[in-house]
Design a binder for this molecule. Structure first.
Ligand SMILES: *[C@@H]1O[C@H](CO)[C@@H](O)[C@H](O)[C@H]1NC(C)=O
Ligand SMILES: *[C@@H]1O[C@H](CO)[C@@H](O)[C@H](O)[C@H]1NC(C)=O
Ligand SMILES: *[C@@H]1O[C@H](CO)[C@@H](O)[C@H](O)[C@H]1NC(C)=O
Length: 308
């Protein structure tokens, strides 16, 4: 099928064979031409209904990352979230990566995935971003990642391993970067694996120790790190609540910001916002009485990303 002429009009930005495939703006679409390397994760994309933008402009990129037992399609509909409809009105594109494992979990446990250019799933996701920059008008200066559970762990992993790519991330019900590492020298382990000690909320470190782990995954990096928003339910029975405080220790150390205070009932009743520094780099939201499925708060996130 040939691309419609209105698509050819911006061929200076879009020199892509990708769009000629079955990618329909306003619909979740598999990107069949994406070479799934270094791991076999698949790339799905949601282009806003008005794509290609006229006049031509670059579109912010949001990577939305699914939980275990999920996939791109299920996460697209996850809890009736508004990412796609807001993409239409605010003009950003969404990448939905789909994990290559049978259980649908992301590799957030091997050093390959934890480390910059280490060859794991995190690198495949970064390759999707590069693909969207080259083929779908993606803006390299506005790249964000958000995820739930295993996807939240991946958001933290991406922030730690690819601070050169991401500008801000949001993690719903995850664990600190590196906490899920599985050491395959230990008996009965494999990767990607499940770190039970971390899931149970039993891994407690200082901010300095957590921060050193992040810095250790990309030791050559001398620049800044993505801004981080952490969400967690107090009644989480899958990835226990202590992971919330540990993640905040980690990112406040990385950003060199201190806790400044709580705001109760923000952004809604029962949630407590914890602010660090001037509030622009590290923010936590603790959801009282909420379990593992913390609803996505799209507008709070998009404001944090400066997209609204
Ligand atoms: C994605 O997950 C949904 C819900 O679990 C399932 O019904 C569907 O078959 C899955 N799709 C793929 C391509 O695996
Ligand atoms: C789980 O992670 C903790 C630290 O994050 C580590 O001490 C422990 O060895 C890990 N467990 C396995 C099985 O690798
Ligand atoms: C701030 O809120 C968090 C999460 O609800 C809570 O654990 C912490 O004790 C609060 N800190 C202060 C100083 O109130």
């Amino acid at each position: 099928m040939r691309a419609p002429s209105h698509l050819l009009a911006i061929s200076t930005l879009l020199t892509s064979p990708a769009l000629s495939a079955a990618i329909t703006p306003g619909t979740l679409s598999l990107v069949p031409s994406f070479p799934s390397i270094p791991t076999a994760a698949k790339m799905y994309i949601y282009l806003p209904t008005s794509f290609p933008p006229s006049p031509p402009k670059l579109l912010p990129i949001l990577v939305a990352i699914h939980h275990c037992n999920g996939n791109a399609t299920s996460y697209f509909r996850f809890m009736n979230n508004l990412y796609p409809s807001l993409a239409d009105s605010l003009q950003y594109l969404i990448i939905y990566p789909s994990a290559p494992t049978t259980g649908g979990c992301w590799d957030v446990s091997s050093l390959a995935s934890l480390t910059h250019n280490g060859g794991g799933d995190s690198q495949t996701i970064v390759n999707m971003i590069k693909y969207a920059i080259e083929n779908f008008n993606g803006d390299p200066d506005r790249v964000f990642a958000s995820g739930t559970s295993s996807g939240a762990m991946m958001a933290n992993v991406l922030a730690g391993a690819y601070p050169d790519v991401f500008h801000a991330v949001s993690a719903y019900s995850g664990v600190p970067d590196g906490c899920f590492h599985v050491d395959t020298a230990l008996p009965g382990t494999n990767n990607p694996g499940w770190n039970r000690t971390c899931a149970e909320g039993l891994v407690v470190k200082t901010g300095q120790e957590w921060g050193d782990m992040v810095r250790g995954y990309f030791p050559e990096w001398k620049g800044g790190y993505p801004r981080v928003m952490i969400w967690h339910g107090t009644e989480d029975d899958v990835l226990r609540y202590p992971n919330y405080a540990e993640a905040l220790k980690q990112w406040s150390n990385v950003h060199g910001v201190e806790f400044v205070g709580n705001v109760t009932d923000d952004p809604e009743r029962g949630y407590t916002k914890s602010a660090y520094g001037d509030g622009t780099k590290v923010v936590g939201y603790s959801a009282k009485g909420v379990g593992h499925n913390v609803p996505i708060h799209e507008l709070v996130e998009l404001e944090f990303y400066d997209l609204v």
